[in-house]
Design a protein around this ligand. Structure first.
Ligand SMILES: [Zn+2]
Length: 101
């Protein structure tokens, strides 16, 4: 079972308390962008075998969106962080690099 710690309320929530929101850190493309960029924004998603940055909502808790770094092979959770950041925190990236190198 997947367990993620909500960075807002600190609850270690299992997956029945959470709602997935897909890939994190998407570059938004508006209607004035090039067709290829807009198509990429709407339809193309990474599906890595390994570390993946995802959006999750603590839907049966505080209700807030957050990001999580999870290994899709092992279900290992590297960490969670608020959804207001535009890229993963450097300390989280360093921890992932240290352990996967
Ligand atoms: Zn929460």
């Amino acid at each position: 079972m997947l367990t993620l710690t909500c960075p807002y309320c600190g609850v270690a929530a299992d997956e029945t308390e959470l709602h997935p929101g897909g890939e994190a850190h998407l570059a938004r493309s508006g209607p004035d962008s090039a067709d290829a960029d807009f198509e990429s924004y709407l339809f193309l998603r990474k599906n890595p075998r390994g570390v993946h940055f995802e959006r999750w909502r603590h839907s049966h808790g505080c209700g807030k969106w957050f990001h999580a770094a999870r290994d899709t092979r092992t279900m290992q959770v590297w960490g969670t962080y608020p959804a207001q950041v535009t890229e993963p925190p450097q300390d989280l990236l360093a921890a992932i690099a240290d352990r996967t190198a």
